[in-house]
Design a binder for this molecule. Sequence first.
Ligand SMILES: Nc1ncnc2c1ncn2[C@@H]1O[C@H](COP(=O)(O)OP(=O)(O)OP(=O)(O)O)[C@@H](O)[C@H]1O
Ligand SMILES: CC(C)(CO)[C@@H](O)C(=O)NCCC(=O)O
Ligand SMILES: [K+]
Length: 247
Amino acid sequence: MNDDLFIDLGNSRIKWMSGTGHIQQAAEYGEAPLGALLDRIWKHQPSPDRIWLASVATAGIEQALQEWTRQVWGITPHSIAVQPEACGVHCGYQDPAQLGVDRWMAIIAAHGISRDGVCVVDCGTATTLDVVDGRGQHLGGYILPGLKMMRRVLLKETAMQPGNEAISDMEWGNSTVGCIDLGIRRSIVSLVEQSVERLQAAGVCDPGVVLTGGACTLIKPYLQLAYEHRDALVLEGMETFVREYTR
Ligand SMILES: Nc1ncnc2c1ncn2[C@@H]1O[C@H](COP(=O)(O)OP(=O)(O)OP(=O)(O)O)[C@@H](O)[C@H]1O
Ligand SMILES: CC(C)(CO)[C@@H](O)C(=O)NCCC(=O)O
Ligand SMILES: [K+]
């Protein structure tokens, strides 16, 4: 059995799933060179047989990762690309090469979780929402600033001084921080709920909702719909994709 290492290289974090134990881990990469982080997390790991990479990071970051695995393990990762069709899903983009491969892997995993239609929401550095119908047709989706990014930009472009009042039992914001945090959270919640309602009303499908990404914990308490939370959705999709691809 091959020892596969799956790597989801996002815009803020690197997430991976390794070995046959399928342990998922994450590390934030910042200003420090990626090589130093990889030394810390992987240097003492035995070399995997194969490495699969889904990257939406800059070419420089991706290159640093490739150089590290070549130097330390002597392996070049297989970079996964978006295809017009994979694992029973048809990509809805006119130009599939434009679609982020993290979204594509999340879409593939989510389609496997909810076959009758799915609305998949990834609350990462950016927030993305994608819809797949019951026939496996990806209808498309949305890209928004991530929840943290929304807050950061709002504070940067105004002179607001939010306090630190608790927002847990507020229905409507009644402090600066309450208005900001609830506004951001509820904007995403409303988008998800409204997307589901539109699909139902148009008779397209009655989609399941699948959430992933570090900031999805911020919207979960406000969602009135049933949902499934999968931390490792992108990695799960990679595993499904690679299983089909190498069959
Ligand atoms: N538990 C958390 N609560 C609130 N915010 C979080 C949490 N974990 C991460 N975040 C923040 O939410 C944003 C996105 O979360 P996360 O770190 O999961 O990104 P990501 O999905 O790994 O993104 P990317 O794939 O782009 O790297 C980041 O700005 C991060 O700082
Ligand atoms: C939208 C992000 C940043 C989410 O990680 C990523 O999927 C990406 O860079 N996508 C490329 C643009 C697109 O999906 O249309
Ligand atoms: K992501």
